[in-house]
Design a protein. Sequence first.
Length: 305
Amino acid sequence: MTTNQPPSPHDTPAPLGDRTAKTPVIAFLGTGRMGSPMAENLARSGFGLRVWNRTSSRAATLAEHGAFVARTPAEAVQGAGILITMLADGPATERAANGPDGFLPRCPGLVWVQMATVGARWSARLAVTAARHGVTFVDAPVSGSQAPARTGQLIILASGPDRVHDMLTPVFGALGRTTVWLGPAGDGTRAKLVLNTWLVDLVETTAEALSFTGRLGLDPASIVALLQSSPLGSPYAVQKATTMLAGDFTAAFALKHAVKDAELAVQAAYGIGTHLPLTEALLPRWRHTAVEHADDDLSAVYITA
Ligand SMILES: NC(=O)c1ccc[n+]([C@@H]2O[C@H](COP(=O)([O-])OP(=O)(O)OC[C@H]3O[C@@H](n4cnc5c(N)ncnc54)[C@H](OP(=O)(O)O)[C@@H]3O)[C@@H](O)[C@H]2O)c1
């Protein structure tokens, strides 16, 4: 494992469509909650940017930052040297790659950086498809939510061939505060599965503890204050506890994606002959909560705790 603290990003914009430019043009697919601020940071750092989003109105604001808004994934990758995908999941990513107007047939020689959380099986499948089309696949999911995405403070769990590390250093430098190179493509996703297992278990513990506090006749806010003043309360748990008590479930990380990530971790565990009893135990209630709160923040699981 190697860790890069990337230098400051390039300041010179590259002309759109010039694959030989020193600063490569970047195609960016998926301008959702995470993708939009990430793409904006790339544009601000001087990269030529070509963006695509299924709902094109959600990509339109990036035009104000100099990005070309493409009508299809295939159009987005024209002339790009690097492609970043930040779509919801594996199926959406595969469709953008191989579906009608998919990018894969159009871009031999491209470096494809897959940054969404798609799980181990999907990451492996996308890597195979990329190789078949002469595309270099880099698996680089991120740790950190919407606020770190906005401020360029994500942690990038990168994995892929050594030969692209230097090329991607300024790109990751514009997106995150730390890049950890973990090994061959797929290791980033495996690390992300572990971090997300930690995350969902922590949120479940937080919700359950607050609910238990209330049922004991204590003020949950006093428990949050206690946790905050002791090593027991991680900053993330305290932040989520605060939003739970405020009843503010505006999504930073949508519950539907948290359920997806918990399911991906459970599947990956089964795949290697083990299991995750805590994560498996929370899933039925989380799925049930997601029926009404799919697009709310994952802290909405407090409602049913
Ligand atoms: N939010 C977080 O805190 C966080 C942190 C780390 C990693 N992640 C991961 O990063 C990825 C993106 O998360 P997000 O929070 O940005 O999600 P989001 O706001 O829900 O955005 C999802 C993106 O995927 C697109 N999409 C969904 N289904 C699609 C389909 N069938 N075909 C084409 N495009 C489709 C959406 O397009 P439309 O605009 O058209 O719906 C949107 O661009 C997910 O894998 C998530 O698990 C999220």
